[in-house]
Design a protein around this ligand. Sequence first.
Ligand code: 5GP
Length: 212
Amino acid sequence: MKKKGLLIVLSGPSGSGKGTICKRFLEKNEKVGLSISATTRAPRDGEVDGTHYFFIDKPKFEEMIEKQELLEYVHVFDNYYGTPKKYVEDKIESGDDVILEIEIEGAMNIKASYPDAVLIFVLPPTIEELKRRICSRGTETMEQIDKRLDRSIREISEIEQYSYFIVNDDLEYSVKELEAIVLAEKNRVSRYTKQIHELYQDYENGMKEYSK
Ligand code: 5GP
Protein backbone atom coordinates (compact mmCIF):
# COMPACT_ATOMS: atom_id res chain seq x y z
CA MET A 1 0.00 0.00 0.00
CA LYS A 2 1.55 3.29 -1.09
CA LYS A 3 1.43 5.73 1.81
CA LYS A 4 2.21 9.42 1.79
CA GLY A 5 4.39 10.73 4.58
CA LEU A 6 2.83 12.49 7.55
CA LEU A 7 3.04 16.22 7.99
CA ILE A 8 3.67 16.64 11.72
CA VAL A 9 3.31 20.12 13.19
CA LEU A 10 4.83 20.74 16.58
CA SER A 11 3.96 24.01 18.30
CA GLY A 12 4.34 25.34 21.80
CA PRO A 13 5.56 28.42 23.57
CA SER A 14 9.10 29.56 23.07
CA GLY A 15 10.91 27.76 25.91
CA SER A 16 8.46 24.83 26.09
CA GLY A 17 11.28 22.57 24.95
CA LYS A 18 9.67 21.57 21.66
CA GLY A 19 13.03 21.96 19.92
CA THR A 20 14.68 19.49 22.29
CA ILE A 21 11.84 16.99 21.88
CA CYS A 22 12.07 17.35 18.14
CA LYS A 23 15.85 16.85 18.12
CA ARG A 24 15.66 13.69 20.22
CA PHE A 25 12.74 12.36 18.14
CA LEU A 26 14.76 12.87 14.95
CA GLU A 27 17.80 11.10 16.43
CA LYS A 28 15.62 8.07 17.10
CA ASN A 29 13.65 8.22 13.83
CA GLU A 30 16.20 8.80 11.12
CA LYS A 31 13.85 8.75 8.14
CA VAL A 32 11.76 11.63 9.45
CA GLY A 33 12.77 14.94 7.89
CA LEU A 34 12.99 18.24 9.71
CA SER A 35 11.74 21.26 7.83
CA ILE A 36 14.28 24.04 8.22
CA SER A 37 12.55 27.40 8.33
CA ALA A 38 13.73 30.60 6.77
CA THR A 39 13.93 33.61 9.07
CA THR A 40 15.04 37.20 9.11
CA ARG A 41 15.95 36.89 12.83
CA ALA A 42 19.64 37.15 13.67
CA PRO A 43 21.32 33.84 14.61
CA ARG A 44 21.75 33.16 18.32
CA ASP A 45 25.11 31.95 19.61
CA GLY A 46 25.74 28.46 18.29
CA GLU A 47 23.01 28.58 15.64
CA VAL A 48 24.19 27.48 12.22
CA ASP A 49 22.79 28.65 8.88
CA GLY A 50 21.12 25.76 7.07
CA THR A 51 20.93 23.65 10.26
CA HIS A 52 18.81 25.67 12.68
CA TYR A 53 17.36 28.11 10.17
CA PHE A 54 18.11 29.59 6.80
CA PHE A 55 19.08 33.05 7.98
CA ILE A 56 18.14 35.47 5.22
CA ASP A 57 17.48 39.19 4.92
CA LYS A 58 14.08 40.86 4.53
CA PRO A 59 14.27 41.45 0.74
CA LYS A 60 15.17 37.79 0.14
CA PHE A 61 12.31 36.66 2.42
CA GLU A 62 9.88 38.92 0.59
CA GLU A 63 11.10 37.49 -2.71
CA MET A 64 10.29 33.98 -1.42
CA ILE A 65 6.78 35.16 -0.50
CA GLU A 66 6.37 36.72 -3.93
CA LYS A 67 7.50 33.54 -5.71
CA GLN A 68 5.17 31.42 -3.53
CA GLU A 69 8.08 29.36 -2.29
CA LEU A 70 6.72 29.19 1.25
CA LEU A 71 4.11 26.79 2.58
CA GLU A 72 3.26 29.35 5.28
CA TYR A 73 4.91 32.33 6.92
CA VAL A 74 4.35 34.73 9.78
CA HIS A 75 5.69 37.99 11.10
CA VAL A 76 6.34 37.60 14.84
CA PHE A 77 8.76 39.15 17.34
CA ASP A 78 9.59 41.76 14.65
CA ASN A 79 10.85 39.10 12.25
CA TYR A 80 9.64 36.89 9.45
CA TYR A 81 9.59 33.10 9.84
CA GLY A 82 8.47 30.72 7.07
CA THR A 83 8.45 27.11 5.89
CA PRO A 84 10.07 26.47 2.50
CA LYS A 85 7.55 24.55 0.40
CA LYS A 86 9.64 22.30 -1.83
CA TYR A 87 11.42 20.23 0.82
CA VAL A 88 8.21 19.42 2.68
CA GLU A 89 6.19 18.51 -0.40
CA ASP A 90 8.94 16.33 -1.94
CA LYS A 91 9.52 14.46 1.30
CA ILE A 92 5.84 13.73 1.90
CA GLU A 93 5.30 12.60 -1.70
CA SER A 94 8.22 10.18 -1.34
CA GLY A 95 6.49 8.62 1.68
CA ASP A 96 8.66 10.04 4.44
CA ASP A 97 7.30 12.01 7.38
CA VAL A 98 8.25 15.64 7.93
CA ILE A 99 8.16 17.60 11.15
CA LEU A 100 7.57 21.35 11.31
CA GLU A 101 8.40 23.27 14.45
CA ILE A 102 6.30 26.39 14.08
CA GLU A 103 4.11 28.80 16.05
CA ILE A 104 0.32 28.74 16.18
CA GLU A 105 -0.53 31.16 13.36
CA GLY A 106 1.56 29.17 10.91
CA ALA A 107 0.12 25.92 12.27
CA MET A 108 -3.41 27.20 11.58
CA ASN A 109 -2.44 28.06 8.01
CA ILE A 110 -1.05 24.54 7.57
CA LYS A 111 -4.24 23.08 9.05
CA ALA A 112 -6.30 25.00 6.48
CA SER A 113 -4.24 23.92 3.49
CA TYR A 114 -3.28 20.39 4.70
CA PRO A 115 -6.21 19.06 6.75
CA ASP A 116 -4.35 15.73 7.11
CA ALA A 117 -1.53 17.36 9.07
CA VAL A 118 -1.07 16.16 12.65
CA LEU A 119 -1.06 19.11 15.04
CA ILE A 120 0.63 18.65 18.39
CA PHE A 121 1.09 21.26 21.12
CA VAL A 122 3.95 21.10 23.64
CA LEU A 123 3.14 22.55 27.06
CA PRO A 124 5.68 23.55 29.69
CA PRO A 125 5.11 21.93 33.12
CA THR A 126 4.35 25.42 34.56
CA ILE A 127 4.54 29.05 33.44
CA GLU A 128 7.22 29.67 36.13
CA GLU A 129 9.33 26.94 34.55
CA LEU A 130 8.76 28.46 31.11
CA LYS A 131 9.94 31.84 32.36
CA ARG A 132 12.98 30.25 33.97
CA ARG A 133 13.88 28.49 30.72
CA ILE A 134 13.55 31.64 28.58
CA CYS A 135 15.56 33.74 31.06
CA SER A 136 18.29 31.13 31.44
CA ARG A 137 18.88 31.18 27.68
CA GLY A 138 20.23 34.67 28.24
CA THR A 139 19.64 35.62 24.60
CA GLU A 140 16.67 37.97 25.00
CA THR A 141 16.24 41.37 26.64
CA MET A 142 13.70 41.76 29.47
CA GLU A 143 11.28 43.37 26.99
CA GLN A 144 11.67 40.49 24.53
CA ILE A 145 11.15 37.96 27.34
CA ASP A 146 7.91 39.70 28.33
CA LYS A 147 6.72 39.66 24.71
CA ARG A 148 7.48 35.94 24.43
CA LEU A 149 5.68 35.17 27.70
CA ASP A 150 2.63 37.17 26.62
CA ARG A 151 2.52 35.30 23.34
CA SER A 152 3.00 31.96 25.13
CA ILE A 153 -0.06 32.52 27.28
CA ARG A 154 -2.12 33.55 24.26
CA GLU A 155 -0.95 30.43 22.39
CA ILE A 156 -1.86 28.13 25.28
CA SER A 157 -5.35 29.65 25.38
CA GLU A 158 -5.90 28.37 21.83
CA ILE A 159 -4.81 24.80 22.46
CA GLU A 160 -8.16 23.38 21.30
CA GLN A 161 -7.05 24.08 17.73
CA TYR A 162 -4.63 21.16 18.14
CA SER A 163 -5.34 17.42 18.15
CA TYR A 164 -2.73 16.37 20.72
CA PHE A 165 -0.72 17.80 23.58
CA ILE A 166 2.47 16.79 25.33
CA VAL A 167 3.47 18.16 28.74
CA ASN A 168 7.22 18.43 28.55
CA ASP A 169 8.29 17.45 32.04
CA ASP A 170 10.50 14.49 31.26
CA LEU A 171 12.23 14.57 27.85
CA GLU A 172 12.37 10.82 27.17
CA TYR A 173 8.73 10.38 28.11
CA SER A 174 7.71 13.35 25.92
CA VAL A 175 9.53 11.77 22.97
CA LYS A 176 7.77 8.48 23.66
CA GLU A 177 4.43 10.31 23.58
CA LEU A 178 5.34 11.95 20.28
CA GLU A 179 6.29 8.57 18.80
CA ALA A 180 3.01 7.07 19.99
CA ILE A 181 0.99 9.86 18.38
CA VAL A 182 2.83 9.48 15.07
CA LEU A 183 2.42 5.70 15.09
CA ALA A 184 -1.29 5.90 15.83
CA GLU A 185 -1.83 8.52 13.11
CA LYS A 186 -0.18 6.21 10.56
CA ASN A 187 -2.94 3.68 11.20
CA ARG A 188 -5.90 6.01 11.11
CA VAL A 189 -8.48 4.38 8.80
CA SER A 190 -9.71 7.67 7.34
CA ARG A 191 -6.19 8.37 6.05
CA TYR A 192 -6.14 5.20 3.90
CA THR A 193 -9.78 4.25 3.27
CA LYS A 194 -9.36 4.40 -0.53
CA GLN A 195 -6.14 2.36 -0.56
CA ILE A 196 -7.59 -0.30 1.77
CA HIS A 197 -10.64 -0.73 -0.47
CA GLU A 198 -8.41 -0.89 -3.57
CA LEU A 199 -6.26 -3.55 -1.95
CA TYR A 200 -9.22 -5.74 -1.13
CA GLN A 201 -11.35 -4.73 -4.13
CA ASP A 202 -11.40 -8.19 -5.73
CA TYR A 203 -12.44 -9.85 -2.50
CA GLU A 204 -15.02 -7.15 -1.80
CA ASN A 205 -16.45 -7.63 -5.33
CA GLY A 206 -16.41 -11.40 -4.80
CA MET A 207 -18.37 -10.95 -1.61
CA LYS A 208 -21.01 -8.99 -3.51
CA GLU A 209 -21.24 -11.78 -6.13
CA TYR A 210 -21.45 -14.37 -3.38
CA SER A 211 -24.23 -12.61 -1.53
CA LYS A 212 -26.41 -12.21 -4.70
P1 5GP B 1 12.68 31.49 17.77
O1 5GP B 1 12.98 32.93 17.48
O2 5GP B 1 12.57 31.23 19.25
O3 5GP B 1 13.63 30.55 17.07
O4 5GP B 1 11.24 31.19 17.15
C1 5GP B 1 10.13 31.95 17.49
C2 5GP B 1 8.87 31.21 17.12
O5 5GP B 1 8.75 31.08 15.70
C3 5GP B 1 8.83 29.78 17.67
O6 5GP B 1 7.56 29.53 18.22
C4 5GP B 1 9.08 28.94 16.45
O7 5GP B 1 8.50 27.65 16.55
C5 5GP B 1 8.40 29.76 15.39
N1 5GP B 1 8.85 29.43 14.03
C6 5GP B 1 10.05 29.01 13.62
N2 5GP B 1 10.05 28.78 12.31
C7 5GP B 1 8.80 29.05 11.87
C8 5GP B 1 8.15 28.97 10.60
O8 5GP B 1 8.71 28.60 9.58
N3 5GP B 1 6.84 29.33 10.56
C9 5GP B 1 6.15 29.73 11.64
N4 5GP B 1 4.88 30.04 11.50
N5 5GP B 1 6.73 29.81 12.87
C10 5GP B 1 8.04 29.47 12.97
